[in-house]
Design a protein around this ligand. Structure first.
Ligand code: NAI
Length: 333
């Protein structure tokens, strides 16, 4: 199949080329650094599949354009599928595939890294020591042992976070409409989780139901000084509400790997430019906020798995019109 691959960086090309060559009967891959959306979709010609990442945006308009030039498959190189209008894809007869699990360990371990760094102020200590400042004021942390961690979403990533944090001696609570058979902790309703947790970490997908799940009301229920971690999708939290929580001191630590408006920022080197997003710029001013640019997935193992599964989805689709890991409208429920 002819597959156009968007939002690519050199590392994507390296891993996808390797997986494609190993597949035996390789697909014809073309790489584009820019994002795919309703504007750039107008330029697409002569491809049967497009392959996209987290910040490409396939709304109904983009999908109509793609269908009109013969695109029959959207291959997501990620687990989340909030950036494709699934209803429009179904109506237009376009199949959507994803990579449901590339390395849940990568994301779970990055979540633990954010928790540990924030708690022990490693991001501040690193800079201080390099400047010859060995004072400890402002670096006071707390023992994780005995603290309660609330995990919102006990899917593939959430259960590993639970296991890691149990290793530190934490009490583990979770909330999930579909309980996991392999989760070793206590399920409680979300309000109870928010009230009891010293650390709240988000591992649910972004759906209409989970958009702004952490808003002013949710923050009001949390413990004073709570640590909030989001490695799922930016819009699961209402960023302005979280800033209000930081300013009042209700939120004591914030760790983010994702951000509501990250598509204008992440995966680019903007170090020589002015950041026009005032909400993001405000977040950067807090000493107790640690942000990484959607890198939780970024391990060798995960990139290998992403490439292998993406090629497998395309190969299966070419054979019998189905993908190995389909995404359907029903998954939005
Ligand atoms: P998963 O599909 O295995 O698990 C998601 C869990 O969330 C499911 O158990 C589901 O029932 C639960 N859930 C759905 N709605 C909920 C709600 N309202 N409240 C509580 N739980 C709810 O997904 P996985 O692989 O664990 O990934 C979770 C999310 O992590 C993905 O949807 C994606 O957005 C994000 N992610 C982020 C990455 C990064 O690099 N930062 C990389 C990979 C995934």
């Amino acid at each position: 199949m002819k597959i156009a691959i968007f939002s690519t960086r050199p590392y994507d090309r390296q891993f996808l080329d390797t997986a494609n060559t190993a597949a035996g009967l390789p697909h014809e891959l073309s790489y584009y650094e820019y994002r795919l959306d309703s504007q750039s979709a107008a330029a697409i010609r002569d491809v049967e599949a497009v392959c996209i990442f987290v910040n490409d945006n396939l709304d109904a308009e983009a999908l109509k354009l793609l269908q009109s030039v013969g695109v029959r498959l959207i291959a997501l190189r990620c687990a989340g599928f909030n950036n494709v209008d699934l209803r429009a894809a179904k109506t237009l007869g376009i199949a959507v595939g994803r990579v449901p699990a590339y390395s849940p360990h990568a994301v779970a371990e990055h979540t633990a890294a954010l928790i540990l760094s924030l708690n022990r102020h490693i991001h501040r200590a690193y800079n201080r020591v390099r400047e010859g400042n060995f004072a400890l004021d402002g670096l006071l942390g707390f023992d994780l042992a005995g603290k309660t961690i609330g995990i919102v979403g006990t899917g593939k990533i959430g259960v590993i976070v639970a296991r890691i944090m149990a290793g530190f001696g934490c009490r583990i609570l979770a909330s999930d409409p579909i309980p996991s058979a392999v989760f070793a902790g206590d399920y409680v309703a979300l309000p109870d989780l928010l009230e009891q947790s010293d650390i709240v970490t988000l591992h649910c997908p972004l759906t209409p139901r989970t958009r702004h799940l952490v808003d002013d009301d949710a923050i009001a229920k949390m413990k004073p000084g709570v640590m909030l971690i989001n490695t799922s999708r930016g819009a699961v939290i209402d960023t302005k509400a979280v800033i209000r929580g930081l300013k009042s001191g209700k939120i004591g630590h914030l760790g983010l790997d994702v951000y509501e408006e990250e598509s204008d920022l992440f995966f680019e080197n903007l170090s020589g430019q002015i950041i026009h997003d005032d909400v993001f710029a405000r977040l950067l001013t807090f000493p107790n906020v640690l942000i990484t640019g959607h890198q939780a997935f970024f391990t060798h193992e995960a990139l290998t798995a992403i490439a292998n599964t993406t090629i497998a989805n395309a190969t299966r689709f070419e054979c019998d019109g189905k993908v190995v890991y389909p995404v359907s409208v029903e998954m939005l429920a």
